[in-house]
Design a protein around this ligand. Structure first.
Ligand code: NI
Length: 165
């Protein structure tokens, strides 16, 4: 395992559509190990392959309940709405209020190539959507809106720590 360099800001890899994974081979397994190590080292809750310059449809998430590995993820259902301060390891120092669905069902392959479904809510749902956006070359900056009235700095500071993807 190795910590990889996280690409930032204007790096072209952040704005391209990542390619489908056909075979979960040694390279993909090493990529997954490295994404996990790099994410934990950076104190993030999610990291997608394009963020380390690899345009493959692979992302990892850990919202505190252990690692979730998403290979070729597909969002098959979304509902509800949640707003929260969000940040991204590829845009250090930037954050903003982003509204996303509050529940998402995602279908993805695991390391064994088995198709699994995750029914995600709250932070997990947000992370799934943030990371699958990365695989489409979309970054969270496009989604930033004004927080609603009454949304306090204290709340922002608490959530900001938790939501760095
Ligand atoms: Ni991100």
């Amino acid at each position: 395992m190795a910590i990889r360099r996280i690409v930032t800001d204007n790096d072209a890899a952040l704005y391209k559509v990542a390619r489908h994974v056909e075979h979960i081979d040694n390279r993909i397994n090493t990529l997954i190990d490295d994404l996990l190590e790099t994410m934990y080292d950076a104190n993030g809750v999610g990291l997608a392959a394009p963020q380390v310059g690899i345009l493959r449809r692979v992302a990892v998430i850990d919202c505190g309940e252990g690692p979730v590995i998403l290979i070729n993820p597909e969002i098959i259902h979304t509902e509800g709405e949640q707003g929260c301060m969000e940040a991204c390891l590829s845009f250090p120092g930037k954050n903003g209020y982003v509204v996303r669905p509050s529940r998402v069902i995602v279908r993805a392959q695991n390391r064994d190539g088995e198709v699994q479904e995750y029914d995600a809510t709250g932070l997990f749902a947000r992370a799934v959507l943030h990371e699958t956006d990365h695989l489409e070359g979309r970054v969270f900056l496009e989604l930033i809106t004004e927080p609603p009235e009454g949304y306090t700095e204290d709340e922002e500071q608490e959530t900001e720590k938790a939501v760095i993807e």
